[in-house]
Design a protein around this ligand. Structure first.
Ligand code: GLN
Length: 560
């Protein structure tokens, strides 16, 4: 059986949420890959939504979309950015998805008359779901359990992973528990009690962790390590310190490797691994630490106060900065503020302007005004999904003479629905999983900015939207100078728009941010940041570019 060969690592979290389990799991995946191992990653989320696609960004942050169109938790973005793991619909299960399956099975009579219970039916379904994510080619599958030990919702998942080791044997399963060591200023010390209690809860469930990773602001002393080891029954060498990183989340693998976490895992699971090679990664980090230049990019959206709502966009901008040896300072601009006070107050002097994806009318006029400001002042503009749609509306209104143009998403009665639902979306009533989702091909026009960036005629990018550029207006807009430079040929849908006589003005209907990685930055983001650097009005000469020693590249809170 192919599955037998694959080893499993389970990552749980304790004490508080938002400790960066996703990031840590991704970093471990990256380290194992650097030793020639093939790694899969998966997340199990204890909430009842079938997937996060229907959740508000205030609740959940970004919805990350996979090639196959699965709408997933944003931690899967970390998995893809750190590793080459192939993710698909089995890479993210929620309690909702598991119960959906169990209840459908019950209705189909598959349990042959038994009383259907959490143990064994739900836990069996969880174990099946873990196995469904296993690619037989993989040496290791890392499964992260969302939530915090002690939550009622997490219990069936923890019970399932406990049984997993019972089923597979201790040579095949490795448990990692991530906790927080709070620093008490008044006492001047790090406290281990919450970690002890969290591990004790895990052990009551029957899980003895093999490694504990401690998130901490301050260095962990030998005494603290010894104490945690003693109270939790975990070997000293696998009590790992994960201190807040100084410059970038991409330093996390280095921190873990310095403490030999990868070596220990390889040894305990008897994995057949080679020596580690992370030279590319280290080169990338050297650029993060010492960029030659700097540019400011304004991101104009409506969930701007939330760090996680545009996670992949911010990461992709950082990657593009790395590709240009540049620190990208992201200015988060609330679209409604632009409406209230005009664009200049927020956008004057920035290197480039980006309008990301979004839903609903609130803030839409602010985004459209931001586009106008970028177009008229020749500031590099990058519009993503709703950012493309805003650009098309702006062009229709202010250049093509269609003053009443709008998206039918914002005004169902608009006289000129330049953005509208296509026929296949008109009769859709269910909200979950019904948008245009996942990877579609796009043919690029040779000579366009997009073509120049990709260097390819046909590209594949991920989608998540219902509305499209209305084909009835295509000719009118083209005649007015809006270039359509990318098309989904089969559906005859507009994928990319550009305008001439502008240093960089590109709108894309898809979400390129989902495919950007720190060591292979996305070509469009790279070209956009390049254009922002070339934007003479705002250039920071290299001798005035700041040295990076005093300020972190990303706030430490990014990791939390
Ligand atoms: N609300 C728009 C649509 O559904 C844009 C979606 C997005 O930006 N992801 O088409």
């Amino acid at each position: 059986m192919a599955h037998k060969a694959t080893k499993h690592i389970f990552v749980t979290g304790g004490v508080v949420s938002s400790l960066g389990k996703g990031l840590t799991s991704a970093a471990i995946g990256m380290l194992l890959e650097s030793r020639g191992l093939r790694v899969g990653l998966q997340k199990l989320d204890p909430y009842l939504n079938v997937d996060p696609g229907t959740m508000n960004p205030f609740q959940h942050g970004e919805v990350y979309v996979l090639d196959d169109g699965t709408e997933t938790d944003l931690d899967l973005g970390h998995y893809e950015r750190f590793t080459h793991a192939k993710l698909n619909l089995h890479s993210n299960y929620t309690t909702g998805k598991i119960y959906h399956k169990v209840i459908s099975n019950e209705r189909a009579g598959k349990y042959l008359g038994s009383t259907v219970q959490v143990i064994p039916h739900v836990t069996d379904e969880i174990k099946e779901s873990i196995l469904r994510a296993v690619d037989p080619q993989n040496d290791v599958t890392i499964t992260e359990i969302g939530g915090t030990v002690g939550d009622i919702e997490s219990l069936p998942f923890l019970e399932a992973i406990r049984q997993f080791r019972h089923d597979r044997g201790s040579k095949n399963v490795f448990y990692i528990h991530l906790t927080l060591l709070p620093y008490l200023r008044a006492a001047g010390e790090l406290k281990t009690k919450p970690t002890q209690q969290s591990v004790s809860q895990l052990r009551q469930i029957g899980i003895q962790p093999d490694a504990i990773i401690c998130r901490t602001e301050r260095p962990m002393t030998k005494d603290i390590r010894d104490k945690i080891s003693l109270f939790t029954n975990v070997d000293k060498e696998t009590v790992i310190e994960e201190r807040d990183v100084e410059y970038s989340i991409y330093e996390v693998p280095i921190v873990l490797q310095e403490q030999k976490l990868d070596e220990t895992i390889i040894e305990r699971l008897s994995l057949d691994a080679g020596p580690s090679d992370i030279s590319d990664w280290k080169r990338m980090l050297a650029v993060v630490r010492n960029p030659e230049r700097e540019t400011r990019i304004a991101v104009v959206g409506k969930y701007i106060q939330l760090t996680d709502a545009y996670k992949s966009i911010y990461e992709a901008l950082t990657h593009a900065g790395i590709a240009n040896k540049t620190r990208v300072r992201i200015e988060k601009v609330e679209a409604e503020d632009v409406e209230a006070h005009g664009p200049a107050r927020y956008l004057e002097g920035v290197g480039g302007i980006l309008v990301p994806g979004g839903f609903g009318e609130r803030g839409s006029d602010g985004k459209i005004e931001a586009v106008r400001y970028a177009r008229e002042n020749k500031i590099p503009y990058f519009g993503i999904c709703l950012g493309l749609q805003s650009a098309v509306i702006e062009y229709a209104r202010n250049v093509a003479g269609l003053a009443a143009a709008n998206s039918s998403e914002f005004d169902a009665q608009t006289q000129h629905p330049v953005i509208a639902l296509m026929d296949d979306q008109r009769d859709v009533h269910n909200k979950g999983g019904t948008m245009r989702l996942g990877s579609y091909p796009c043919s690029l026009l040779e000579g366009s900015k997009a073509f120049e960036a990709y260097g390819e005629r046909v590209i594949f990018e991920r989608h998540r939207h219902r509305f499209e550029v209305n084909n009835l207006y295509r000719e009118r807009l083209s005649q007015a100078g809006l270039q359509i430079t990318g098309i989904y040929e089969k559906g005859d849908l507009v994928e990319v728009v550009e305008i001439e006589n502008h240093p960089f003005f590109v709108g894309v209907q898809f979400h390129p941010e989902f495919k950007s990685k720190p060591i292979s930055p996305h070509p469009l983001f790279r070209a956009f940041v390049r254009a922002a650097l070339d934007n003479r009005a705002t250039q920071v000469p290299s001798d005035e570019a700041p040295s990076t020693s005093d300020e972190p590249h990303q706030e430490p809170s990014e990791i939390l």
